[in-house]
Design a protein around this ligand. Structure first.
Ligand code: PMP
Length: 351
């Protein structure tokens, strides 16, 4: 065996078990597919692709469509293979050896994971027991460690909490480097940091097609940020990283904004129904602005409840072994039928 880089030896991979069950509510995907009209338009365009040619390296049409939708210029849009690759490209450009990346835990594990993989020093700030973020902690972490990149996730994963706008402005005032607002779930919430993005502010917002757009299988995400930032990312990312099919898929998806809004409304209403039903059980429920709910059973261990749900063919995310999340599970909002099946299984499993 050849030894891996010293700093990777202790690192574990990111795991999310894919188990064959009746009701799969563990990875925050959309429970509904994209519209049939999108599928047809996609198939029609695919049949005309010149497959012997490399894709448009600048993803011009896709970036224009994204920019139009958000009311920004295409030079402020960087697209990549899922927002995970967007995050990786940001960290390759702005973090890495000798630089520090700050997170506020618990949050999306890939921020710290990718930061470590690219060789950065990771500093973990803390949250209150109710998972809210104290401005004093933002000041402490940024003053003490001067991070090159600091992450804020809103709505946060796995807690579901929406960060108040002031936390983003606190970070912008305190941080010496880039502030990345990961908004993978923003359309489920009532607030976004997008309106704060501008040339004179080191703020970047990342988004994904994997959730509200029902396109997790496509692997497409993007960042909206200042032009100077997008220019640097374009230097770092591999040539032709976005294949032709993906560029078409994303561009066409943006023709179906109304359908996307309908799906979001359904999921938000189901989320609120689930939260209310769960709150009537012996369970601590974290208020969610996303398409998932973090919860902690009060009468049984989290791991035991996860197992009992699995025995009823319902798969949720087991966060109970993660730091700061003892006994916590996370359920993705599904279709009304899937949510009913989950609630029935939960009731039984708690009895
Ligand atoms: N950010 C957050 C907060 C997420 O929860 C996820 C998906 N689990 C991602 C980014 C990555 O999404 P994708 O790579 O599918 O765009």
């Amino acid at each position: 065996m050849i030894p891996v880089r010293d700093d990777l030896r202790e690192l574990e991979g990111y795991h999310s078990p894919q188990v064959d069950v009746r009701v799969r509510l563990n990875t925050n995907e959309s429970p509904l597919p994209p519209p049939a009209a999108w599928r047809d338009a996609f198939a029609a365009e695919l049949s005309r692709v010149e497959w012997h040619r490399y894709p448009d390296r600048q993803a011009t049409d896709l970036r224009e469509a994204i920019a139009d939708w958000h009311g920004v210029t295409p030079d402020m849009v960087f697209a990549a293979n899922g927002s995970n690759e967007v995050l990786q490209t940001i960290l390759l450009a702005y973090a890495g050896p000798g630089r520090t990346v700050a997170t506020f835990e618990p949050t999306y594990q890939m921020h710290a994971q990718i930061a470590r993989v690219v060789g950065s020093n990771v500093v973990e700030g803390e949250r209150h027991d109710d998972f809210t973020l104290d401005p004093a902690e933002i000041a402490r972490v940024t003053d003490a460690t001067r991070p090159s990149v600091v992450f804020i996730t809103s709505p946060n994963n796995p807690t579901g909490l929406v960060e108040p706008a002031e936390r983003v402005t606190d970070l912008l005032a305190a941080a010496p480097g880039l502030v990345v607002a990961d908004e993978a779930y923003a359309q489920f919430a009532d607030w976004s940091a997008l309106s704060l993005v501008g040339e004179d502010r080191p703020l970047v917002v990342t988004r994904t097609f994997s959730k509200t757009w029902s396109m997790a299988g496509v692997r497409l995400g993007y960042a909206i940020g200042p032009e100077w930032f997008v220019t640097e990312l374009a230097k770092v990312v591999l040539p032709y990283h976005l294949d032709t099919a993906k560029q078409i898929a994303g561009r066409l998806a943006l023709r179906y904004v109304d359908e996307m809004d309908d799906r979001v409304r359904m999921i938000v209403s189901e989320r609120d129904r689930l939260s209310a039903a769960m709150a009537a059980m012996p369970i601590d429920v974290t208020p969610s602005g996303a398409n998932f709910i973090l919860f902690r059973p009060l009468t049984v261990a989290g791991r035991e409840l996860w197992q009992r749900l699995l025995e009823r063919s319902v798969l949720v995310r087991d966060c109970s072994g993660w730091p700061r999340l003892a006994d916590c599970l996370r359920v993705t909002v599904g279709t009304p039928d899937e949510n009913d099946a989950f609630l029935d299984a939960l009731q039984e499993a708690l009895a």
